[in-house]
Design a protein around this ligand. Structure first.
Ligand code: AMP
Length: 211
């Protein structure tokens, strides 16, 4: 199953992608996670991406398209994948279609209104080691400040500050949301309500995917 996961920042794509990936036995490919790793490792890619990410702006299309192209040819993608955070522009969506003959089966859009987003993003915590994601109220770890899976101390993402969030939302509406029309025209768009309990949303997503 080849899935593009759409939705505003903080919609819960990362959290839900982990459940889908486990059930469907496919990898999650998160361009944001790949870029953050490159920044942590101080690679050339990381140095290019860092300024854009700090401002909540998009990393240029050609950079992101290049890393996805290199990732999708890896052996673990043979039976499918979940793309989380890519495509983020119609240009990227077109590049994905040009990369592979049947690049995606379904574009799943997790629908969350703007007013829910700030609280979700400012409460978000991430494990710097295994990348598991939590939320201080909606999806807390058992101890509150360490990862349930590997025990590392949880951190807040540098771009989850209120100022950067506002810019990320603007960028989402202007550049990313039009992708929904692109996939709707291709008959591949499925929208799922992303407001409510994490487990209820997982059920709705599994149902939409026939899992
Ligand atoms: P995310 O983890 O998906 O919220 O991504 C964090 C940040 O990484 C975004 O705000 C962008 O600056 C950058 N980024 C991630 N994916 C893309 C993409 N497909 N195109 C451009 N920039 C991206």
């Amino acid at each position: 199953m080849k899935i593009v996961f759409l939705g505003p920042p903080g919609a819960g794509k990362g959290t839900q992608a982990a459940y889908i990936a486990e059930a469907a036995k496919i990898p999650t490919i998160s361009t944001g996670a790949m870029l953050r790793e490159a920044i942590a490792n101080k690679t050339e890619l990381g140095m290019t991406a860092e300024g854009y990410i700090k401002q909540g702006a998009l990393v240029p299309d050609e950079v992101v398209i290049g890393i996805v192209r290199d990732r999708l040819v890896m052996a673990d993608c043979a039976d499918g994948y979940i793309l989380d955070g890519f495509p983020r522009t119609v240009e990227q969506a077109k590049a994905l279609d040009a990369m592979l003959p049947n690049a995606i089966d379904v574009a799943l859009s997790l629908e969350v209104p703007d007013e829910n987003i700030i609280a979700r993003l400012t409460g978000r915590r991430e494990c710097p080691t295994c990348k598991a994601t939590f939320h201080v109220t909606n999806n807390p770890s058992k101890t509150g400040d360490t990862c349930d899976k590997c025990g590392a101390a949880l951190v807040q993402r540098a771009d989850d500050s209120e100022e950067t969030i506002k810019n990320r939302m603007k960028v989402y509406h202007e550049q990313t949301e039009p992708i929904k029309d692109y996939y709707k025209a291709a008959g591949k768009l499925t929208c799922v309500d992303g407001v409510g309990a994490v487990s209820d949303i997982t059920k709705a997503l599994f149902k939409a995917l026939g899992l």
